[in-house]
Design a protein around this ligand. Sequence first.
Ligand SMILES: [Zn+2]
Length: 314
Amino acid sequence: MARNEFHKDAFVILKKVAKEIADEQLTNDQKVIDNVLFFAIGIEKLLKSIIYDINPLFILETPDFKNSVPLLYDTLIKDKSEINKNPNGDVIAFHSSVMRTITFSKAALENKNTLMKLKNARDIIVHHNFNNLDVSELKTLLQRDFYPLLSAFSDEHNLGGQTNFFNNLHSKLARISSTLQDDIQKQISLKIEASSSHWNTLKGTHTFDRKKCEHKTAEMLSKEIAFPFECPSCNNYGVVFTSPVLEFDSYRNEMRQTGSETKAFKCYFCDLEVTDYKELDYLKVKPDPSKKQEIISLYNQLEEINSLTDSHST
Ligand SMILES: [Zn+2]
């Protein structure tokens, strides 16, 4: 069987990025953009290496027998007449690599929004104009998120990150990242504190209308792209807005949804709103499709009970 060569490529590329970050070489926009592109390529190869280790066929776009046998077991083939002369060795795209890796990797699951941020930045770099990029945000993505993201992958999958990802510059990288990590933790704590105290004041006022918040939440949850998530600030259910991740299915010759990307969280009780990828990952915001109907009927039902009680009391 062909060897998994994806690790090796990922290490070469990511080491180069590590050195640029540690040596504080991100001094202009172009250097940031170049390094984000290498970061994205390195991560994509890393994700493929993880999937490949589970089963090499999982990285193929069309892993049917005629394509997979010549790619993986070429030396074992005795009769080539029944297999593909030009095997389709196309591998899956970045977003599919993310979707497939989260099945097997906690590091990928817990950093899904960061990975999708990187994927979206890569798409803009490759397909659109550089002026569509928020370069200062991308600089933070390199300085703050490169080190903990790869540390998580290295720890979980025993990849020897210290040498293989960080080029033995881990203490420098950790220092650069930790200052910015502190900032994001502070930023999130302040945000949660603000909406908690807003909620505590609000729910005590006579004019506060709980039914209205429940109704609004149920109404938003009825949208196809919306799912419930317990609000980290007030513990009511808020709404996670997603966008579908689509992949071309060559068997059915059509686009098909392979996953979803979290875009934002909004609570209609305490008004907490989170759209930043890092904040979404930090708060572990995750759409919960299994609770969707339950929460919609809970918030609608309560309204009915309340209105019944209201009509009895009048
Ligand atoms: Zn809330």
